[in-house]
Design a protein around this ligand. Structure first.
Ligand code: GLN
Length: 293
């Protein structure tokens, strides 16, 4: 990949020239070639991005150049920037990510927005996040509502370890992570609000092949893409208080099917919310039945 470049590794190059060449190479795989090239070069130089603008004529030494080419090759092969950099911003928090966690998406901030609308600023509510991954949704809520107690579960203990790193790094104390399947680890608790961005892509959906670097278990939800959402909609009543809310992210074509699921299991005020692109991507409902526990 790197060998067919028009210059040799042992030659010294300037920051400006390296960036120019990298941007050209990245155009075929990245929607943001300049940004990617700058972030990767800054990482290779162990410098801030602003330093690249200030010193475009500076020479890069061969060790730095080698590191840059290695990072660049990974990116050109389609490996996500978030995994290369080991971080991704969500809700203005710089989150550590790893291939054990889904990369947080901007549209998931709609789940956080909806949750915050249902939690008064000084409330002391019990909140549950199911399938937390990096901890993105749970950490955002815990940060914005410091008097609430947030519990977040994930089937992957590797993901839980990353989420805990994020809580420690961000110094967010009102949160606890537990490894386990959906509501199982909190079977004896009762929550005011439950949120989740579960897997919801159908096994045969071609979109899955664009996401091969992310954990399959966090994306693939069986034949109709509703396997995990079904478990949550039917399982949440066991751990939710009467009048509590469930907020779920889902795929753009799933709203009607999920509304039907909610209707069959004692949820009311079922409301579909659109994402920033105007697509129905989140459903919120209130629990109106009796608890089974
Ligand atoms: N929003 C992701 C995507 O379509 C999927 C996330 C999920 O399944 N929870 O790329």
């Amino acid at each position: 990949m790197v060998r067919d470049w028009s210059f040799a590794l042992n030659e010294l190059f300037t920051i400006g020239k390296l960036l120019e060449a990298a941007i050209k190479k990245l155009k075929s795989t990245s929607a943001s070639p300049r940004l990617d090239a700058e972030l990767l070069l800054a990482r290779a130089l162990k410098a801030e991005r602003t330093c690249l603008y200030a010193h475009p004529e500076s020479k890069v030494n061969s060790a730095q150049e080698k590191t840059f080419f290695a990072l660049l090759s990974r990116r050109i092969s389609g490996y996500p920037m978030a995994y290369i950099m080991g971080e991704k911003e969500f809700w203005s928090m710089n989150l550590t990510v790893s291939p054990h966690t889904l990369i947080p998406r901007p549209e998931t901030e709609v789940v956080v927005e909806q949750a915050l609308l249902h939690i008064p600023l000084r409330a002391t509510m019990e909140i549950l996040d199911l399938g937390t991954g990096t901890g993105a949704i749970a950490l955002a809520i815990a940060k914005e509502r410091p008097f609430c107690r947030v519990i977040a579960t994930d089937i992957s203990s590797d993901a839980i370890a990353i989420a805990q790193i994020n809580a420690d790094k961000l110094a967010i104390p009102n949160i606890k992570f537990i490894a386990g399947d959906w509501v199982n680890p909190v079977a004896n608790c009762q929550f005011d609000l439950i949120v989740s961005n579960p897997p919801y892509i159908a096994s045969g959906d071609p979109h899955l092949s664009e996401l091969i670097h992310e954990p399959k278990w966090a994306l693939d939800a069986g034949q109709d893409g509703l396997g995990e959402i079904r478990k949550i909609v039917f399982g949440a009543p066991n751990v939710i208080k009467y009048g509590g809310h469930l907020i779920l992210e889902h795929g753009a074509c799933q709203a009607d099917d999920i509304i039907d699921l909610y209707r069959t299991s004692n949820w009311t005020n079922i409301t579909s919310i659109k994402d920033y692109a105007g697509l129905p991507r989140v459903i919120i409902a209130t629990y109106n039945g009796s608890n089974t526990t």
